[in-house]
Design a protein around this ligand. Structure first.
Ligand code: ATP
Ligand code: MG
Length: 771
């Protein structure tokens, strides 16, 4: 038996060696699905299948790179670089680069990111004389995106009775028209948005039989990881591509389907067996990733979902430590607890920074975590959020590069036509856009023929110089690599100099960012390429631009750096870490308030929780805060319903912050963990040794804080605290309450501290415990 098969269990081996015909592997988290897929590629190649004939679709580009590396490692050769492997978007973009002309696009088409796309939506909405306050670009874009992922064309959209009814009900009957105008404008700009990479690819396959035939025969073996999250467009494309050979292997876990909001549906998993009636189905049931404690909790969570394909998941790993459930008073305290726990684990168990991951439901939650990690000098990396490529100076610079590749790209053109300033003001730009619309030509074509369009003499000269400059860059495309062109563009346009001359702190930062961008372009030109000429291995500017625009959140940072990783749960899919913290387990946040309308939505949130929990190998912490700033307001929340779904015997409950040392509370009376913790805090039944009188979030809204903090979990009226009681203050130490006064909203105690003498303490603000 080949070495790479030896480490696998029997079912995994079966999955790897069943190479012919349709195969579906449905299996729980950490059961080796991705490992099987990787080994299967190696196995195919070991059997003599050419790497060029294997298509493998992954969830992130990084996962693709890792897969290639592993295959290279297993086979001890470099053939794997010739695999067609990547995300749906990047693989289809690569093919579209070669074939787009067949559906009327230039092969050098630009890929619009969501910002560009929304900007075009806004432009065409305004041109249709519709109010962008009512037809909000974001909402309209999402609707168009949904349509495309469902393979609904603008024509179908406008003519579909049910879609129209829905838009009428939402009082936005014109979305179909915006959709149509948007597609037209993108086409004119020689641009595709992310959804077009699927939508147009599908159109390409459907309308050009020779292209379909070519790729059907090229891709003799097709593999898809994270199959549960494929959307209808992806599904149909795969079906088309696989039709000739039907060697299609999909790998997924219905319990981890977390993109229903983007049009993905586990229907795909169910449909597979109907579409391929002779499909072989393999279930993997042994989890190799997590301890028994973690796996038991994961199983308990997912049990609460009704719509599941039944399967069991067990592990032979050690029982491990109990899951820790930690409650804190505020998001800041939550961050502090996590930072402390990381330091403690590093000391006790010699973990490295990179062995910790901090997962959350929404990007906004990272702020409090970041602050406390910084304060504790713990190095971290945030995935997602505002990315490097979204910074203004980077987008501006890239706009130049985009324009060089595709001068029809109106979004790029508008961005930099007058930056650095060259005397082509807004009036002239508006005139150019109008002329382009009227003549049904691109804005660039208007500029090229500027003398015909009545610009003022000074402007005309500036435009002509600009056109000449861009053309001169364009002439380099055939002969120079991406870096050489970018360097030249930075210099000739005055772009880099402009930033260099700005000596403000921000200016210096912007300059450094652009230098960093140039470095990364250099790195791109120096990485090895596929042997298939003229394709993605190409080191040209177009290939570079394509690569960066298709980076996913998870792709943008180095996962190997020795830093604590912060990311949303969505971005953590498929990954694993020795120690995982899942923060913000509060009703309204997780499950998210936006996702509580239907059972389906709630079940998706629960699957997301399942994904979070199953990232952990040895230790798992679940945390939640009673108060948190959201949308500029201090919000009071209850713990997540998901916590109550975990049997208390499996968790170790504690409270952190407010001056109280971590307390085990599993012996407090009856009920589930959550109820017991609530009681412990309210102080109305079996109270813990110490009762928090008041713990406070220091933030810049003290009034509101005081009010909310006292309204619920903190006994605010002086009745709880009695004269003569002994208390501990976080800063002043132990003392005795001498006197209570003030209003019920703002109770004040006079306390005589042993070390610090008599002080008047506002109970809503002080960190005070009864001892
Ligand atoms: P997810 O559902 O989270 O994507 P998965 O099913 O893809 O998980 P993998 O990531 O492939 O699971 O595997 C989980 C872990 O278990 C990895 O560290 C992998 O190396 C390990 N593993 C898988 N199979 C085996 C095996 N037979 N022997 C030892 N370790 C294994
Ligand atoms: Mg996986």
């Amino acid at each position: 038996m080949q070495d790479y098969l030896k480490g696998l269990n029997e079912r995994q081996r079966d999955a790897v060696t069943s190479t012919e015909g349709p195969l579906m592997i449905v299996a729980g988290a950490g059961s080796g699905k991705t490992k099987v897929l990787t080994t299967r590629i190696a196995h195919l190649m070991a059997k003599g299948v050419d790497a060029f004939n294997i298509l493998s679709l992954t969830f992130t580009n990084k996962a693709a790179a890792e897969m290639k590396e592993r295959v290279e490692h297993i086979l001890a050769n470099r053939e794997a670089r010739n695999l067609y492997i990547g995300t749906f978007h990047s693989v289809f973009a690569r093919i579209l680069r070669a074939e787009a002309h067949r559906i009327g696009y230039p092969n050098s088409f630009t890929i619009y990111d969501t910002d560009d796309a929304k900007s075009v939506v806004k432009t065409v909405t305004q041109e249709l004389n519709l109010d962008v306050q009512h037809y909000k670009p974001n909402a309209v874009y999402n609707r168009i995106s949904g349509a495309k992922n469902g393979l609904v064309t603008a024509g179908e959209y406008k003519n579909d009775y049910h879609i129209q009814q829905e838009d009428m009900r939402a009082n936005r009957p014109m979305i179909g028209h915006i959709y149509e105008a948007y597609q037209k404008r993108c086409f004119k700009n020689g641009a595709m948005d992310f959804d077009d990479l699927l939508f147009k690819f599908y159109e390409l396959l459907k309308t050009t039989p020779e292209v379909l035939h070519k790729y059907q025969h090229k891709f003799k073996y097709i593999m898809i990881d994270e199959y549960q999250d494929t959307n209808p467009a992806q599904y149909e494309i795969i079906k088309l591509l696989a039709a000739a050979h039907e060697n299609v292997c999909v790998v997924g876990d219905d319990a981890q389907s977390i993109y229903a909001f983007r049009g993905a549906t586990i229907q795909n998993i169910l449909q597979f067996q109907q579409d391929y009636t002779d499909a072989k189905v393999i279930k993997l049931e042994q989890n190799y990733r997590s301890t028994q404690s973690i796996l038991t909790v994961a199983n308990e969570i997912i049990k609460n979902n009704k719509g599941q394909i039944p399967k069991t998941l067990f592990t032979e790993n050690a029982a491990g430590e109990k899951i820790r459930l930690v409650r804190t008073m505020s998001d800041n305290e939550e961050g502090k607890f996590i930072a402390d726990a990381i330091l403690e684990q590093k000391l006790r168990n010699h973990f490295k920074n990179k062995e910790f991951a901090l997962l959350y439901r929404t990007n906004a939650q990272s702020r409090a975590f970041e602050e406390s990690l910084r304060r504790h000098n713990i190095p971290y990396t945030i995935f997602g959020g505002i990315s490097f490529y979204q910074r203004k100076e980077i987008k501006d610079f890239i706009a130049y590069l985009r324009l060089v590749v595709n001068p029809k790209d109106e979004e790029a053109l508008k961005r930099i036509i007058n930056y650095p300033v060259r005397g082509i003001g807004k009036t002239s730009v508006d005139r150019a856009v109008l002329a382009a619309n009227e003549g049904n030509i691109s804005m660039w074509e208007v500029l090229e023929a500027a003398p015909m369009f009545g610009f003022k003499a000074g402007t005309l000269q500036a435009i002509e110089e600009f056109v000449l400059m861009i053309r001169s860059f364009k002439s380099m495309l055939e002969t120079k690599n991406a870096y050489d062109i970018a360097f030249h563009v930075g210099k000739q346009t005055g772009f880099v100099k402009e930033l260099f001359n700005d000596k403000s702190t921000e200016g210096v930062q912007r300059y450094e960012n652009v230098q960093e961008l140039l470095n990364s372009i250099k790195e791109f030109t120096e990485t090895p390429m596929s042997e298939e000429s003229g394709e993605v291995g190409d080191k040209g500017l177009a290939a570079y631009l394509q690569q960066i625009v298709l980076l996913t959140d998870a792709d943008q940072k180095d996962p190997d750096a020795d830093t604590v990783k912060l990311m949303t749960i969505h971005a953590a899919k498929g990954l694993e870490f020795p120690v995982v913290f899942v923060g913000g387990l509060e009703e309204g946040l997780f499950p998210n308030a936006m996702s509580l309308n239907t059972r389906e939505e709630l079940e998706e949130e629960r699957r997301l929780f399942y994904v979070a929990v199953t990232r952990a190998k040895t230790r798992l912490y679940l945390t939640y805060a009673n108060t948190r700033y959201r949308f500029g307001q201090l919000i009071q929340s209850d713990s997540s319903r998901f916590i109550t779904e975990i049997p208390e015997t499996h968790i170790d409950v504690s409270f952190a912050g407010g001056g109280v040392k971590n307390q085990k509370s599993s012996s407090w009376g009856q009920g589930n963990a959550f109820e017991r913790m609530q009681r412990g805090f309210g102080g109305n039944s079996s109270a813990p040794e110490k009762t928090a009188v008041s713990t406070l979030v220091s933030n810049n809204k003290p009034k509101e804080v005081a009010h909310t903090a006292s309204a619920n979990f903190v006994p605010s009226d002086p009745a709880t605290l009695k004269e003569g009681m002994r208390v501990e203050h976080q800063k002043f130490g132990f003392g005795e309450v001498l006197k209570l006064e003030g209003s019920s909203h703002n109770p004040v105690a006079t306390i005589k501290f042993e070390q610090n003498g008599e002080k008047k303490i506002m109970l809503n603000y002080a960190k005070l415990m009864i001892v």
